[in-house]
Design a protein around this ligand. Structure first.
Ligand code: THU
Length: 159
């Protein structure tokens, strides 16, 4: 029997539609992108997280000559957050990326590995994390939970 999985997402048509804190997150993700260390892919990604205490944590992708030793912007920011604020909930994640000297005109979604990590922290904090993946002038895609980006997910309940 064939079945369907329905996922929910919102399309935010432009930056102007964001509220003030969301605009700040967008701006910080865009700015930190410039600190990416991405000499191999030349693909610069920035990420900004909003914590429950109101703090904003940022990260960028960090590459390595031994390719798998690098890390995406999202995980750089999330792991640092959990290491330094183990009891603070992550409320929102903004991601923006593209070639070094330009931004992609379409929203860049988090990769599979980052989705799996975000899922782990939703489970850890027992609360959802809103994900926004963005393009500079175009649309922004928002999901209310990583579950919408990772159907049939594997988590600690299977272990
Ligand atoms: N990258 C991220 O930082 N986040 C993603 O979700 C997708 C990919 C980085 C990893 C690598 O440094 C570069 O983009 C090209 O894949």
């Amino acid at each position: 029997m064939e079945k369907e999985i329905k996922i929910n997402f919102e399309v935010i048509s432009s930056y102007e539609q964001l509220n003030d804190i969301e605009k700040t997150l967008f701006d910080k993700a865009k700015k930190i992108r410039q600190n990416a260390y991405a000499p191999y892919s030349n693909f610069f990604v920035g990420c900004a997280l909003l914590l429950e205490n109101g703090e904003i944590i940022t990260g960028s992708n960090q590459e390595n000559a031994a390719y798998p030793s690098g890390l995406c912007a999202e995980r750089t920011a999330i792991f640092w957050t959990s290491a330094n604020y183990p009891n603070e909930k992550i409320k929102k994640i903004f991601v923006i990326g593209g070639p070094k000297d330009g931004l992609s005109s379409t929203p860049i979604p988090p990769c599979g590995g980052c989705r799996q990590s975000i899922l782990e922290y939703e489970a850890k904090q027992k609360d959802v994390i809103e994900i926004y993946f963005t393009s500079p002038n175009g649309e922004i895609i928002k999901t209310k939970s990583i579950r919408d980006l990772l159907p049939f997910s594997f988590d600690g309940t299977f272990l």
